[in-house]
Ligand binder design. Sequence first.
Ligand SMILES: Cc1cc2nc3c(=O)[nH]c(=O)nc-3n(C[C@H](O)[C@H](O)[C@H](O)COP(=O)(O)OP(=O)(O)OC[C@H]3O[C@@H](n4cnc5c(N)ncnc54)[C@H](O)[C@@H]3O)c2cc1C
Length: 363
Amino acid sequence: MIAIIGAGPAGTNLAYLLAKAGKEVAVFEEHSEVGSPVQCTGIITHSIDRFVKLPQKVIANKCGRVVVVSKNKRIDARVSEIVMWRNLFDRFMAERAVDAGAKLFLNHQFFGFDGKNKIKIKDKKNNKTKEIAAGDIVGADGPSSAVGKAAGIGRKFDFYIGMQAKVRLSMDMNEFETYFSNKDFPEFFGWAVPESEKIARLGLGARANAKELFYRLIKKRTGKEEVLCWESGIFPIHNPKQVIQKGNVYLIGDAASHVKATTGGGIIPSIKAGYTLADCIVRKKDYQKAFMLQSGKELRLHLKIRKMLNRFTDSDYDYLLGLMDSEKVKNVLDKYDRDTPIPLVLNLIMKEPRFLKYVRFAL
Ligand SMILES: Cc1cc2nc3c(=O)[nH]c(=O)nc-3n(C[C@H](O)[C@H](O)[C@H](O)COP(=O)(O)OP(=O)(O)OC[C@H]3O[C@@H](n4cnc5c(N)ncnc54)[C@H](O)[C@@H]3O)c2cc1C
């Protein structure tokens, strides 16, 4: 049996793929339901179509335009983004895994591993602990991965605080906003994403003072400090040196820092990694190597761009937005998305050679 710890998208997508390949799979989730609490904006590119066909019920909104704001500039560009109901998406992914034959155990919390093939699970509903035998053990248990720690391959990555809340804000439903400024969003950026006509997901990433920065943002953007509900969490910064396999223990998703360092987005990278890991388990291949081959370059490119952006001044952002504000660049942004960063960056340079000033740091 393959034991997967965590019923987020990384765990349930992998469970689906392994069950479809005829493997016996059990997913253990510590919460009483899948998809709650939500700690995510739920915005993804159409690259998801390569991996999962989303049912209509998980889609809250679609945005065809992004507005990018820096200290002295404001531009917009065509995009094609999906805003999901993240709780419904997680439930859909879990149902898909169960329909394919995986077993799902809610209220079941992983808390230990004997170093070979027995895991310790607490059944929280009945307040009982159990030892369960598993041939392979997968930590899909988020950025604080207990599986990683128990296997001696715990977190080797840093993280950002993702401070986000639902707020009352009427926006154009077809566009979301991103904000770049050294004072208000040091080392990351802020966002406002409409989920309905009157409610938006407002947030920012920060290394420190996240709450203070958030209240500055909410006041500026909505004129009030009213929070409808918090959806905050942490997002890992990808570390290419993170060990993701030790014997029969594997890490995937946030537990493995499979996240785009430019945006904090981890849904598509963790789903893509699921294809790699399922294949490695079925064919007994080296997951660490296979992951590096299939996703390593992309995530390293995001990391390099993040490191470069972290050195930007406000005038660097103004200049960058100036370069982006041309039809030839907007056409590239329309055609390639951040989940295909290598062709995106190469095409940007071809269409606007002044991008070379930045991308030589990143390639
Ligand atoms: C504020 C914020 C906004 C974000 N916005 C976006 C976005 O717009 N787009 C995007 O692509 N990404 C976004 N992300 C990142 C995205 O949410 C994660 O990358 C994604 O959820 C990773 O999926 P996962 O399955 O690896 O982990 P998770 O979704 O965290 O799932 C892990 C699961 O493991 C369970 N678990 C943990 N420990 C145990 C244990 N000991 N035993 C049993 N179960 C356990 C948890 O309960 C959870 O269900 C955002 C993150 C934050 C914090």
